[in-house]
Each structure stands twice: as structure tokens, then as C-alpha cells.
Design a binder for this molecule. Structure first.
Ligand code: C2E
Ligand code: MG
Ligand code: MG
Length: 693
């Protein structure tokens, strides 16, 4: 081993070779040597340092510390002090301070104590530390104070860090979370979701995961969170931990669920709506196509429900609909779908049934469920329904036809007298299609003014003078010409359209009568006789409507006669009596139309006490004339007379018939012998005239 002397290396050379700024300091602090690095670091020249006290390089606040260190050396030369743990600086010539690590060591040569002081510039390291501190601060902002719930987990998916947002989302403190996995506060069914994605991470199958899972909040609520998870890796790609960021989507999901429920359910009854039923029907149909079996669709319509709304108001109507919905629901199998189809119609879709027998059982169960009266709005209301049933299988129908067929069957059930069901018979719809398209066209006709009232004169048989007119409706159809009312009135009676037609007839007829009265003397003012259908007569709004029209045209009530058939009068006799009484009070006359065809009992006739009885044409013009038919006519006419009613004979076509009726003292008559029903202007020309027979 050679010495520096052997190698011809001086101690100065050694000091100059050191990477640190170094000074040789005596016990008084005086620097006897300073290397070039020290000069460089402090900004002084070698000569400016040598001979000066080292305190010149020490910032005032650190000077006592340096003194203390040197004193320690004096006592214990073996001490070696390195300060790199605190922020030390050296005072440079230009007054600035440079951040350094600082080391002092003692040296004894020939009994003299020396201190070797060295400093190393550490500003680069300090800058790095500063940067790290700032990064930590940023991280805190990004993580701890983030509004988004965040969690870091280790390779076992245990929580190593979490922020406030996550804690408050699930209602737990950090202490309860750190070191644990999320199982204890995960919704039991969803534990597997997080587990499976974690294991896929560990197997390197995925680099990022996104899933939705539910948590259990401490207060018992279920929280739905959207989770996105990604690994934090080192430079080599090794996973260090996982960063999980979450989003509380509970409200969002609830809102969506609510909206989709609203989109598919009827707000009043909470039952499925048409959109949902359409969907289920399409599914059921394709299942039947694939797997066979039968499906049934039951279309239920409440009978005369409109009356409830009109009489008791919509509030009661709504309550009744709800109550009906609950009854129907109670007899609905869970596998089937019950829907409110709109208004007072309900649809029931049954799958997997054996055939029409079972469908009829269901239909009966439905109808029977409405047997008991409904207690709503302090009332006890009876509410029955009619049902159209269609049963289908894979061979016989298109899904779009099912609904139509149910509708056709319902129409038939109504026509047969309501409160019953009717099972669709294949082919039935051909009639119905025609019927529906006519109703459609008729609606159009009302709107576009293709309906008109024609007027058939009513004649006093003793004098042949015109005393009134019966208003008869006519429909001018572009292709079919004038369509008689017998072709369209019965169709309109199946829907609300009849009320529109009825209102039109009243309006036109009352207006016409008021015109006829104007030009002539008051003695010859003719009355107008308007036909009412059942729906119209039993409509609670009728009285108000009639009054309004009379007022509008200033037509005295006694110039209006309303005609109802026996059939109409015998529906709800109590109602009929009340209505007749109210009309009579107003001064409006009631005529019983087509008398003799309805088999009403004589006691009813006396009870109804109409002003006029219109003897049906079949008695005036019997198919086979005989002694008996003559007697029949005679009996009817004298019967009316005995009850004090005015008798009117319909359908007089011949002079003979006229003579017969005159012989029976029948007071009024109408028929082709005098005139057919004619348009308003022609009728006007007949006012105040007499026929000459
Ligand atoms: P209705 O009330 O019994 O009317 C008498 C019908 O007999 C009318 O037929 C009339 O044209 C017809 N007629 C009159 N005299 C004779 C005759 O001498 N010989 C023959 N063969 N027929 C005669 P129309 O106009 O076809 O009306 C048929 C039915 O349609 C009416 O029977 C009535 O029930 C109904 N109707 C007509 N207009 C209206 C209306 O505005 N509202 C309602 N609800 N029903 C109406
Ligand atoms: Mg009539
Ligand atoms: Mg008649």
C-alpha cells in the first residue's frame, strides 16, 4: 500500500479533488485552506476565503449552531457531524443563500486540532422534494377533496385509502373502511360483481373495469353506484394498487325507473298501459307461433260508464275506474297482463290457456268480479261490463288482427244486451270492418256538413192541413248517394257519435221550426218532431241541450215533440218517467214511436202517458190485409183514445188507408200519400197549406 507521498499526491490535491466545497478550519474558526469547489459554491475567490472566519459563510440564524458544533469537536474529536436532514444554507458572497448538506469532521495533526468542513449543493434534491410535496398536494385535491367517491384498494381488494365523498355515500367512517374489503357494505346479491372483476384484473384479462353495483348505506338505503376501476402500475408494469372512482346513480336510476314505469303504466289505475300491452301481446304471439298453445285477449268495456261521469262528475268516475281496476286485478293471474286500454276499456291478455272454454271461464270470472256494487264517493254504484273475447293459436291469426277481433266481439256483446261476453267467431270481422269504416266516414260527414235533416209533413186527417213535420236525418255520401238513416243510425249508436248526430238533429230541426213560424200567422205555426235514440234520451245532458237550442232560436217549447220508441222508453223505466215528466213540465211533447212493435204492456203505456202515439206502419199497411189486421188497427187507435192520447198513423200510402184511418177518428197521419221527407225549403213551402184528398 503506498502513501500519498509515495504517489506524490499532496493534501491540497486531495482536497481539490473532493466533489464537496471543503475548508480546513482551525479551532478559532479561521479557514486556512478553501478548495475551488467551495469558492465556486460561495462565489468568493480562494483568497477572499482563506484567513477569514468560517462564520462569514454561515447565515446568522445558523451561526450559533456552527459554534456549538465546533465546541463539541473540541471536547470529542471523534465526533462526525453530518447535517443533511435539516434545511441548511450557506451564505454566498452576493448575499443569497444556497441550500446545502453540511458535514464537519475533526482532524488532529501534530497535536493541532483542525476541523474539516464540507458542504454539498443539494438544491436539485430540494427542488425534487418540493415537487413531490406539490404533487402530494395535488393528489390530495384530486383524491381527498374530490366530489366523486374514490377508493384505493390493494391487490387483495382491501381498502387502503378512501375520500370523504365515498365515506358519505355509504355512510361510514374511514376507520371502518381502511383495511377491509367492501363485502360488509355491499348489497348481498352484488358481492360477486366486484369479486369477478377483481379476479379478471389479477389474471390480466382486463386493464379497466366498469360496472354497476349496489351498496348498503348505514341508514338502510340501497345505493346504486357506477364503478370504474383501473390499476396503478410501476414502470415495469407491475400492479401496485387499484384506483376506483364511483358515481352515485341512485337518484338517476330511480328517476329512470319511474319514467319507464310512467311510460308503460296508466297513471290513474297503475295498470299496464297500451304500450306495455302491445309489447306483451307481440311477445305472447311470437311465443305461440314458436311453441304452439293458445292465447286469449279479452276486451272489457264498462256499460254506460259515461252516465256515471255525467251524473256524478269525473272525480267519482275516476274513483269508480280505480275500484274496477282493483277488482279486475284481484282475479288476474300473475302470468297474465291486465291493462287499461283508455277510457273505460280494459284489456286482459292470457297466455298458455287450453282453448276457448278456459277463456270463457276467465271472462265469466271478470264479469262476476263486478257483481257487487261499488262504494265510491259515498255512493253505492252498480257497474257492469261487456266483454269481447278472442282466442287464437299459431295457425289462425296475425297479431294485428287479435285486437280488432276482440273489438268486433265486444261490439257483438254490447249489441246482444250488455253485461255479457261474446267469443269471436272467425270471419265475423268482415261485417265489422265495413261497419267501422262507415262509422269513420260518418264522423267525417258530421264535420264536413254532409248530413242534412229532411222533413215529412204531419197532417190533420180531418182537414188535411199540415200541422207539423217529422225531422228525418239524411246522409249524402259521395259514392252511395243519399244513405237512409236505418243504415247508419244503428252503427252510430255503438259509439258517442250518436250523441253528436242527435245534437245535430235537434239543432237543425229547432232552427227550421223557428223559421217556419216567422213568415206565417201564428195559427199555422207547425211543430217539429225529432227522433231520439236511447243513448240520447238517457243522456243526463239532454234537458240542458234542448233548453239551450230552444232559447237560441226562441222557439216555444210546445212546438217541439221528441219521439222515442217503446224499446227506448222501457230501458230504465224510472229514468224514462222522470225524463218525460221534466220534458212535459217544460212544455215539450213526447211521442211514442213505432207503437205496437215493442210489445209494451198496457200498464206501462198508461204510466208513460205520452202526448202522441205513433201507430207503426205495419198496422197501417199490413203485409197481409185481413179482417184481423183491420181490427188490430182499430183496437190500437181506440185504446189510445181511451187513454186520452193523440193518435198518429205512420206510413199512409193510399187513399184507402187514409179513409180507414179517418173512419177510426185517428187524428194525425203522415206518409208518402201526402209527401216524403223533403229538404227544408220544400217543407217551408208546405207550411200553412192543406192537401186535397
Ligand atoms: P221513424 O221515426 O219511424 O220514421 C219514419 C220512417 O218511415 C222514415 O224512414 C220515413 O221516411 C218512413 N216513411 C214515412 N212515410 C212512409 C210511407 O208512407 N211508406 C213507407 N214505406 N215509409 C214511410 P227513414 O227516414 O228511413 O227513417 C228511418 C228511421 O230512422 C226512423 O224511423 C227513425 O227511427 C230513424 N231516424 C231518422 N232520423 C233520425 C234522427 O234524426 N235521429 C234518430 N235517433 N233516429 C232517426
Ligand atoms: Mg220517428
Ligand atoms: Mg216510426
Amino acid at each position: 500500500m503506498s502513501t500519498p507521498e509515495d504517489l506524490s499526491i499532496s493534501w491540497q490535491d486531495l482536497l481539490e479533488a473532493l466533489p464537496d466545497g471543503t475548508a480546513l478550519i482551525d479551532v478559532h474558526g479561521v479557514m486556512h485552506y478553501a478548495n475551488a469547489e467551495l469558492a465556486y459554491l460561495t462565489g468568493y475567490t480562494h483568497d477572499e476565503l482563506v484567513g477569514q472566519n468560517v462564520q462569514m459563510l454561515i447565515p446568522p440564524v445558523l451561526r450559533p449552531m456552527e459554534g456549538e458544533a465546533r465546541r463539541q469537536y473540541a471536547q470529542d474529536p471523534d465526533t462526525r457531524i453530518i447535517w443533511n436532514d435539516r434545511e441548511l444554507t450557506v451564505l454566498c458572497k452576493d448575499g443569497t443563500e444556497r441550500s446545502v448538506d453540511f458535514a464537519l469532521s475533526s482532524l488532529t495533526v501534530d497535536g493541532h486540532r483542525w476541523t474539516v468542513g464540507s458542504i454539498r449543493d443539494n438544491s436539485a434534491q430540494r427542488a425534487a422534494e418540493q415537487a413531490r410535496a406539490e404533487a402530494e398536494q395535488h393528489f390530495r385535491l384530486a383524491f381527498e377533496d374530490n366530489m366523486a367517491p374514490m377508493v384505493f384498494t390493494d391487490l387483495d381488494d382491501r381498502i387502503i385509502a378512501t375520500n370523504d365523498a365515498f365515506c358519505s355515500m355509504i355512510g361510514r367512517t374511514r376507520n371502518e373502511l381502511i383495511g377491509f374489503d367492501s363485502k360488509p357494505f355491499t348489497y348481498p346479491d352484488d358481492v360477486g360483481i366486484a369479486e369477478s372483476s377483481h379476479s379478471r384484473f389479477l389474471h390480466g384479462e382486463i386493464r379497466q373495469a366498469r360496472y354497476v353495483k349496489r351498496y348498503l348505506h348505514r341508514d338502510g338505503r340501497t345505493i346504486i353506484a357506477e364503478v370504474s376501476k383501473s390499476p396503478a402500475r410501476d414502470k415495469t408494469g407491475k400492479t401496485l394498487y387499484f384506483i376506483i372512482s364511483e358515481r352515485d346513480i341512485t337518484e338517476e336510476r330511480m328517476l329512470t325507473a319511474q319514467l319507464s314505469h310512467q311510460a308503460l303504466h296508466d297513471p290513474l289505475t297503475g295498470l299496464a298501459n297500451r304500450a306495455l300491452l302491445d309489447d306483451r301481446l307481440a311477445q305472447a304471439h311470437s311465443r305461440i307461433m314458436r311453441q304452439g298453445g293458445h292465447g286469449a285477449l279479452l276486451l272489457l268495456d264498462l256499460d254506460d260508464f259515461k252516465g256515471v261521469n255525467d251524473t256524478y262528475g269525473h272525480l267519482v268516475g275516476d274513483q269508480l275506474l280505480e275500484a274496477v281496476a282493483r277488482r279486475l286485478e284481484a282475479v288476474t293471474r300473475t302470468t297474465d297482463t291486465l291493462c287499461r286500454f283508455g277510457g273505460d276499456e280494459f284489456l286482459y291478455l292470457a297466455e298458455g290457456i287450453s282453448g276457448s272454454d278456459e277463456a270463457e271461464l276467465i271472462a265469466n270470472r271478470y264479469l262476476r268480479s263486478l257483481d257487487e256494487p261499488f262504494a265510491v264517493g259515498g255512493l253505492n254504484l252498480e257497474q257492469r261490463a261487456s266483454l269481447g273475447v278472442v282466442v287464437w293459436n299459431s295457425s289462425n291469426v296475425e297479431v294485428s288482427d287479435v285486437l280488432r277481433d276482440a273489438d268486433v266481439a265486444l261490439y257483438e256483446a254490447k249489441r246482444l244486451g250488455k253485461g255479457r261476453h261474446f267469443v269471436y267467431v272467425p270471419g265475423m270481422h268482415h261485417q265489422a270492418v265495413n261497419r267501422f269504416s262507415i262509422v269513420q266516414e260518418l264522423r267525417q260527414a258530421v264535420a264536413s256538413g254532409d248530413l242534412a235533416m229532411h222533413y215529412q209533413p204531419i197532417v190533420r186527417l180531418s182537414t188535411n192541413e199540415v200541422v207539423g213535420f217529422e225531422a228525418l236525418m239524411r246522409w249524402y255520401h259521395a259514392e252511395r248517394g243519399w244513405v237512409p238513416p236505418s243504415d247508419f243510425i244503428p252503427l252510430a249508436e255503438g259509439s258517442d257519435l250518436i250523441l253528436e248526430l242527435g245534437a245535430f238533429a235537434l239543432h237543425e230541426s229547432i232552427l227550421a221550426a223557428s223559421e217556419w213560424g216567422r213568415s206565417k200567422d201564428s195559427l199555422s205555426e207547425p211543430y217539429v218532431s225529432v227522433n231520439l235514440s236511447a243513448r240520447q234520451f238517457h243522456d243526463p245532458g239532454l234537458l240542458a241541450l234542448v233548453k239551450r237550442e230552444l232559447d237560441l232560436c226562441s222557439l216555444p217549447a210546445d212546438r217541439l215533440i221528441l219521439e222515442i220508441t217503446e224499446g227506448v222508453a222501457l230501458i230504465e223505466v224510472a229514468d224514462t218517467l222522470q225524463m218525460i215528466e221534466q220534458l212535459t213540465t217544460l212544455g215539450i211533447g213526447v211521442a211514442l214511436d213505432d207503437f205496437g212493435t215493442g210489445f209494451s204492456s198496457l200498464s206501462y203505456l198508461a204510466l208513460l202517458n205520452p202526448m202522441i202515439i205513433k201507430v207503426d206502419q205495419s198496422f197501417v199497411r199490413p203485409a197481409i190485409s185481413s179482417i184481423h189486421s183491420d181490427r188490430l188497427l182499430e183496437t190500437i187507435v181506440s185504446l189510445g183514445h181511451n187513454l186520452g192520447m193523440t193518435m198518429l198513423a205512420e206510413g199512409i200510402e193510399t187513399q184507402d188507408q187514409l179513409e180507414t184511418l179517418r173512419g177510426l177518428h185517428c187524428s194525425l197521419g203522415q206518409g208518402f200519400l201526402f209527401s216524403r221527407a223533403v229538404p227544408f225549403s220544400e217543407a217551408a213551402a208546405l207550411v200553412g197549406t192543406s192537401f186535397s184528398f
